[in-house]
Every structure is written in structure tokens, then in C-alpha cells.
Design a protein around this ligand. Sequence first.
Ligand code: IMP
Ligand code: MG
Length: 188
Amino acid sequence: MSEVLSTNEIKTIFQHSERLFSAQQIEQALSSMANQIHADLENEMPVVLCVLIGGIVLTGKLLTLLDFPLQVDYIHATRYRDKTVGEQLEWIAKPRVSLKNRSVLIIDDILDKGVTLAHIVQYCKSQQAKMIKTAVVVEKDTHRDPNAVQKADYTGLVVEDKFVFGYGMDYKGYLRNAPGIYAITKEL
Ligand code: IMP
Ligand code: MG
């Protein structure tokens, strides 16, 4: 949480942004994601791992649509540290539930270069998870790093290669609560 923006600055960014998907469009996408997850994990008693902070909205919304036994834990790993240019991954918290021989569903906000998810998948493997699935609200239509995750197992929507916010995704630590998915048109 580095830069502090004023209420007016945040409002200005929001007013100048372009809405890519409405809440209704996103909810529809989440509902079909939930159906796919149900089909794959219904009998697995998975550990649902929320990747903080961005994964919080998708995790919360998906959980209420998943009608089968599961556990929830979180992992806090961040790559961008509230900046819009990529940095190294920083570990803030690792899950407390043992992942050994468990099916794990990792939930993050966005697949960009795929580096963050690749590190988290690798971590789950190192903990001897037996099955690892990944879910994101949006996939960015961009080039992934060659050694990173190329595609999540469950994807809500695809966005153009722009900086986006809303539904968990932030602009400089703000606007995660925006009621849709928006692209920045004005940088502050
Ligand atoms: P990756 O490692 O490049 O795939 O980056 C994924 C992480 O970067 C996500 O978990 C987000 O926190 C952040 N990120 C990447 N692109 C955006 C964006 O357009 N808006 C907000 N956060 C983003
Ligand atoms: Mg993130």
C-alpha cells in the first residue's frame, strides 16, 4: 500500500475509465465457471485457496455458488505491489491447511504474464497437493512468459491488453470494489 490517492483522484480515474464488462455479464460468466468447477471438484473436498488481495471477490462470489464440501484458506503473494509495472513475487502468507494429498483450487483475479500463478502452483506442488486447479476472473489477451501458466483451468472473461480494475483488481491499491471490470484511460 504505497501511494495514497485522494477521494477526488480516485473518482476522476473511475469517471474516465472505460467499462469492459458489467456486473451482470461477470455474474453470468461466474455461474458457468461454478458449473465447471462443480463437475470437476464436487467429490474432491478441495482446499479453495484465495490469492489475496485480488482473488477475494471471485473467491467470495464463487463460494456461494459451490454447493459441495470444501475448505477455504488463503495465500498472500503479490507481484505488482500496487504498481502497474511487474516486480518480483513477494510472499506475505502461506496457507495453514496442509495441502498434502489434497485437491487445491487456486483463485486469483487476473492471469497476465502468468508468473504469479506459476509460483503458487509450484508452491502447491512442493506441498504435495494431488490435484491443482486454477481460476481467474479474467485472462488478459497478452503474451505469457514462456515458463509461466499459459491458461487457467477456469476463466471468467478475456480482456484486452490494458490495465483493468474492479472485481478484486486494483489500480494502485484502490477500486477493487468497482461493480464491473473497467480499463484505465487516465493514469494518475
Ligand atoms: P502475472 O504474474 O503477470 O500473471 O500477474 C498477475 C497479477 O498481477 C495479478 O494477480 C494482479 O494482482 C496483477 N495484475 C496484472 N495485470 C493487472 C491489471 O490489469 N489490473 C490489476 N492487477 C493486475
Ligand atoms: Mg494479485
